[in-house]
Design a protein around this ligand. Sequence first.
Ligand SMILES: Nc1ncnc2c1ncn2[C@@H]1O[C@H](COP(=O)(O)OP(=O)(O)O)[C@@H](O)[C@H]1O
Ligand SMILES: C[C@@](O)(CCOP(=O)(O)O)CC(=O)O
Length: 893
Amino acid sequence: MTDGSSKGPDKYNFSTECVTIDNPDAGKDQFNSSSVPIYQSATFKGMNGEYDYSRSGNPTRTHLQHHLAKISSAKHAFAVSSGMAALDVIARILKPGDHVVAGDDLYGGSNRLLGYLQSNAGVVVHHIDTCTPSTVEQYLDKERTRLVLLETPTNPLIKICDVQEIASRVKAVCPSAIIVVDNTMMSPYLQRPLNFGADVVYDSATKYLSGHHDLMAGVVICNRDDLAKHMSFTINSVGNGLGPFDSFLLLRGLKTLAIRMDRQQASAKIIASFLNQLQFQVHYPGLKNHPGHHTHFKMAKDAGAVLSFETRDIKTSERIVGAAKLWGISVSFGAVNSLISMPCLMSHASIPAHLRAERGLPEDLIRLCVGIEDWEDLIDDLECSLVQAGAIRRREEQSTSSTLSSPEGSLERVGEERALGWQRCLPSDANNASMDGALQQPHTSGDAENIVVSAPGKVILFGEHAVVHGVTAIASALDLRCYGCLGARSDDTIHLVLPDLHSEYSTKVSALPWAETEVEKSDASDGDGNDVDMNPTLIAAIEKTLPPSITGKIRGAVVAFVHHYMSLCYPTKPSLTFTARSSIPIGAGLGSSAAYSTCVSAALLLYMQKVVINRQRATPHISHSGRKYIGVDIAATVNKWAFASERILHGTPSGIDNSVSVFGGAISYARGRAQPMIPLQGFQSMLLLLANTHVERDAKAVISRVHALKANQPGLFDECMRRIQDVVDEAVRCFQDTDLPRESMLVGLGKLVAANHAQLELLGVSHPALEMIIAKLKAYGLQTKLTGAGGGGCTVTLLPDSFGAGGESGKSGESAHTLAHVTSNLAQNGFSSIVTTVGGSGLGVLIDKKVWDMRLVDQDARESVAPLAGIFTQSSAEELAGKMKECGHWVFV
Ligand SMILES: Nc1ncnc2c1ncn2[C@@H]1O[C@H](COP(=O)(O)OP(=O)(O)O)[C@@H](O)[C@H]1O
Ligand SMILES: C[C@@](O)(CCOP(=O)(O)O)CC(=O)O
C-alpha cells in the first residue's frame, strides 16, 4: 500500500497549502486534469503496475494521503473508512496484556472500541483524568503500558490536556509506549500534536477535514517509519482503506478547511460569549475562565468551533435542543451546518449511565457545533430556543447593565440572581470571564491584507488647556505608542477589538444608520480629507444603535471608530475587524485618545486607499530607519481625520494632541494661526520623569470645567491665559536660543514649569494627588507640573542631564541614587513613574512584512509565532512595541 510521504517543509501558509494539491504521479495523467480523478476501480490490469487491487492502494487515495501528509507536515498519512477505523488501525499495535491509559471524557465510540479490546483481546484499559499529568503518571506501568490515548480538547466536556507534558512523562517511564492523540476537534489547521511529542495523530475526517457531513473517513498521520509500516500492513490486511469516491470528496473538502474553520470559529466565540454572559456553565477553551485556557493556547492556534454548556436541568436541556430550528439535532460535528446535541442521549449514549456519572459527564450537557451560517441567525435561534425552553426570559423594561439586551428586549437567566449584559455589541466586563487574545483575533483573510499602523502618545510641557483657548502650547511625541490592525472579513460585520478596555464590539454593517452618511455625502464632503469634521447627526444616529450598557471609555472609542468607518467607507461598506492596542496609559493625560484617533484614521484611510503609501521600497532606508518616508500631505489628511475623532472623544480639543501624534517630534502649537504648528529643535535630548497618580479623570469633563470658568470668571481666566502665554513664549525662546548654555536652559525651563503649574492650579484642574507628587519632587529640587487635562492623570518633571542613563552620558553615582530614591518614594505612595526621552516618530505604517513572512515559512518559527493580528491581543503592552518592530519594515511621518 502507498502512503503519503510528505515532500518536506511547507512552502506556503496553511490555507494556501490546502488548496494547492500537488500531483505525486505528475506526468502520469494523460489529460492533465486539474482536479484529481476518481479511479473508481477495484482492480488494475497488468503484472508490474503500481496498483493492482484498491484494498492495497488506489491512485485517488494516494493523492489524498500525499496531500494529508503535506498539510499536516507529517511523514506518513493514511486515509481509512472512518475515525473509528483509524483508532482500530492504531490499536492493532496492542497485544494481550498491554495496558492502555485513556481519558475519562472520551468520545463514546472510542470508549466502545477500547471496551471491546478489554473484554475480548486481553487489553487492560485505564480511563482516567488525562488533564492532570500526575494522574497519568500514576497509571503508567513500565513493562505493560503500550498506548496512551489523549483527546484535547475532550469531547464533550472540552477539557484540555497538556500533550507535551504527558508525552515527556510517559517517555521517561515507558519509552516504548506510544502517545496517540485524537485531533478531530482541532484539525491540523489549529493543532499539531506531533510537534508536542505525540507518535500518532488521528482525525475523524467525517468532521472538519471533509466539512460537509457527506462522507465517513478517518485519517492517521505519523512520522515514525516502524509505526507507519505496521499500520499500512493492517489497512491492507483488513481492507478499511478509504474508497476512491470518498477519497475524492475528502480531497475536495480539504481545500476549504481553513476558511471554513475561520468562519465557524469566529461565530463560536460570539456564541460562547453570549452563553457565558448569561451565566451558563460554558466549556470553551477560548474563554479566559476555562481552566485549560493557557494550556490549550500553548499547543493550539485557536479555540475551535465546538463548545458545550450546562443548564442544570435535563428537561430544560431537552426542551432547548427540541426548540432549535437552525441548529440541527445531530451527532457528530465539524460540518458547515450548525448542530446541537445532548451527548448523554446521543454520541455518548454508548457509555453506561453509571460510568457517565463516575466520569463527571453532566446529563444536562448541551453540545454546540458551530457551522458557517450567519452568526446573528444562530444567536437568534439559540436565544429563541432558550426562551422557549424557559432557560432565559425576556424582560420588557429598559435593560440595565446587569441584563442582556437583544432586539426584542433585555434577557435574563431564569433562576439566576444576576444576569450579565449581552448585546450584539459584545462589550465584555473586565471583571467577568471574557475572550482572550486568541479569541478576539480578527477574522481576516490573512496577515498580508492586514493594515498595521502606530502612533505615539504625547507629553505637553507647557500650555495645556490654554491651548484650547488660543494660547500657544509646547508638546512632544512620547516613546509609548498605540498600535492598530485593520483586516478584512466577509460577513457583513464590523468588529472592534479593544483589549486595553477588555472589550469588543460587533455590529452588522447593514444595521448601521447609513441614511445619515448618504445625506452628508450627497451634500458636501468628498471623503478625501477635505471638509473633514465630525458629523453630530451621524454621531447621534450611531449613539442610538448602541445599547445603554456601552458606556464610558468604550462608548467613545466605538462611536469614533464607527463614525469614521461610516464616513470613510461609504458606499463600499466593507466588513472589517479593527484591533487597537496601546502601551500608553489610558486617560492619564499622555494622549492615548489622540494616538487611538490617529490609528483609526490612518488605518481606514489606507484601507480605502484615500491615502496611498508606496509599499515597494526601491532603496533601503538608511536615514532615520524609515522616518520622513510618509509625506506631509498624507500626514495632513490623517491629521484632519484624527482631529475629527478627537472632537468625538474630547468635545473641544485644541488639535495639539493629534498633531503631535501624527507628525511626531516636538512642536509649538497655536490653534487658529495660519501656521498652527512649528517644529522645535532641542527638545529631543531632554530627559523627563512622568509620574502617574492613577486617579481616573474624564478629560472631556475637565476641559468643560475650564470653559465654565471662562464664562463665570472671565477676569481670572484671561489673566491665567496671559501668564501662560508669557511662560510659553519664554520657553520657545529658550528652545530656539542656541547660544544659551544647556544648564541655564534647564534651570530656566524648570522655573517656567513651576510657573505654568501655578496657573493650572488657578484654573482648577489640579488634584490633591498631583499636588502630592509635585511637593515630593520639590524636596529633591525638581520642578514638576501636571500634564494633559489634569484632574488626575500624570505629572511631568524636567530632569537634569546628570540623571541620564548609562555611564557615558555622565550619570554620576549620586544622581542615579537620587533617581532611584525618587521613584521608590513615589511608588511607596502608589504613584508609578517612568523616565523617558521625547521627540520620537509620529504616525508609523508597517509596509513590508518580509521579515515576518520569512519567519512564517520556517516551520519551527511558525509554531512559536502567533498570527500578526494575534500579537495585538496576546502580548502584554510592554512586549508589544518590540514584537511590532520584528514584524517587518516600518515607515514614519
Ligand atoms: N487603546 C485604546 N483602546 C480603546 N480606546 C482607547 C484607547 N486609547 C484611548 N482610547 C479612547 O480614548 C479615551 C481616552 O481619552 P482621554 O480621557 O483624553 O485620555 P488621554 O489623556 O489618555 O488621551 C478613552 O476613553 C477611549 O475612548
Ligand atoms: C487639556 C488639553 O490641552 C490637553 C488634553 O490632553 P489629554 O487628553 O489629557 O491627553 C486639551 C487639548 O489641547 O485638546
